[in-house]
Write a protein that binds this ligand. Structure first.
Ligand SMILES: Cc1ncc(COP(=O)(O)O)c(C=O)c1O
Length: 375
């Protein structure tokens, strides 16, 4: 009998999202939940975006502008590129999948670092493309030299995603490392820089890919409105790059893939400098405080430039992540276990409000302290 679904789809990886607040309330009978699991903006959505959406609600009966003219013009201005170099997606996730569909044909492979954002792997599996995987180095940074070696040696490599900063680690690489990598990757390989957390980065040698896409046609970058702008619920992100690739992506997307409210919200959020700056300042103050306190509890924390940190339980502690996670959920705190990223003793923690972080740290002190006293 012919297979019901394409055999390669049997290998699909489910995307495991952060545990939803409502589900946690139902399962654990708790309220006042702090969700520190999905790297959302703890300060909420851009107020300008919310006001713009409220004003647009009366036009809820009209289809959106399928070409997203106003938003593309604003993004083009932001990055000094042409509107034709931009595609708007229903979240960057949609664009990641479309890129895999558009670029990975028969005999083509995805080059991926691991761990890195799982949706690149999911995208390759959707199209049935093989993945060449290069592990992160011992410090959990991208091993760009090893990635370039594979890209140069394996002619099947066609597409590579680099999350800069990387998820679930938070680390990023600087200009020199990126330049050295790009110089060694063959011209036919499409390099995608996923800059979902770029706005949080403080590192002085960090460079986004705008200059690079001008020099190297097969390079593009992704941005999202889900993180610093606080618009994850709206589902909107974009890709910037080579017109030839963008035209194809634009034709592949559903005609009205991005709602009118998402477009209006995104447009307003880009001008909400105050919200962006307040969010940055909050992260700049709270992330180091969280890191110091987590380290004080004996957890190892990987250096992060994003709005989250990766914290790892010491081997010596008789506490595993499922037990830790359960104890946190019972205290109305949601963090993200990352065993699915091959990090079974780590959790990813989004930087929350000061109150949320205090609650988390107090709960951890209790749980880790109790486990420590059993040693
Ligand atoms: C590195 C990275 N890229 C992309 C995304 C997805 O963003 P979006 O909400 O725009 O689909 C995320 C979300 O967590 C992410 O961490």
């Amino acid at each position: 009998m012919r297979p019901l679904v394409e055999p390669h789809l049997r290998d699909l990886l489910p995307y495991v999202p952060g545990k939803p607040i409502e589900e946690t309330e139902r399962e654990f009978g708790v309220t006042n939940i702090a969700k520190l699991a999905s790297n959302e903006n703890c300060l909420g959505p851009s107020p300008r975006a919310t006001a713009a959406v409220q004003a647009a609600l009366a036009k809820g009966h009209l289809y959106p502008d399928a070409g997203a003219f106003a938003l593309k013009a604003r993004i083009a201005h932001l990055h000094d590129v042409a509107p034709a170099q931009i595609v708007i997606g229903c979240g960057t996730n949609e664009l990641i999948t479309h890129l895999c569909r558009a670029l990975l044909g028969e005999g083509d492979a995805l080059l991926n670092a691991w761990p890195s954002f799982v949706c690149y792997r999911i995208g390759a599996r959707i199209v049935g493309a093989p993945e060449r995987t290069v592990p992160l180095d011992a410090a959990l940074n991208y091993d760009l030299a090893a990635l370039a070696d594979v890209a140069a040696a394996d002619p099947s490599v066609k597409l590579v995603f680099l999350a800069n900063p990387n998820n679930p680690i938070g680390a990023c690489f600087g200009r020199d490392a990126l330049e050295a990598f790009v110089a060694r990757v063959p011209d036919h390989v499409v390099i995608v820089l996923d800059e979902a957390y770029a706005e949080y980065v403080e590192r002085p040698d960090y460079e986004d890919a705008v200059a690079l896409i001008r020099r190297r046609p097969r390079t593009l970058f992704l941005r999202t409105f889900s993180k610093i702008h606080g618009l994850a619920a709206y589902r909107i992100g974009y890709a910037v790059g080579d017109v030839e690739i963008m035209q194809i992506l634009d034709q592949m997307r559903d005609a009205f893939n991005v709602s009118a409210l998402a477009q209006v919200a995104a447009l307003a959020a880009l001008d909400d400098v105050e919200h962006i700056e307040r969010t940055r300042a909050h992260n700049r103050a709270e992330r180091p405080r969280l890191v110091t306190a987590l380290e004080g509890l004996g957890l190892a924390v990987t250096p992060s430039e994003a709005n989250f940190v990766l914290a790892t339980l010491p081997e010596s502690l008789p506490l595993d992540v499922p037990a830790l996670n359960l104890a946190l959920l019972q205290r109305a705190l949601i963090v993200r276990p990352v065993a699915n990223y091959g990090l079974p003793r780590s959790v990813r923690i989004t930087v929350g409000t000061q109150t949320e972080n205090d609650r988390l740290l107090a709960a951890l002190a209790e749980i880790v302290g109790a486990a420590g006293s059993r040693t």
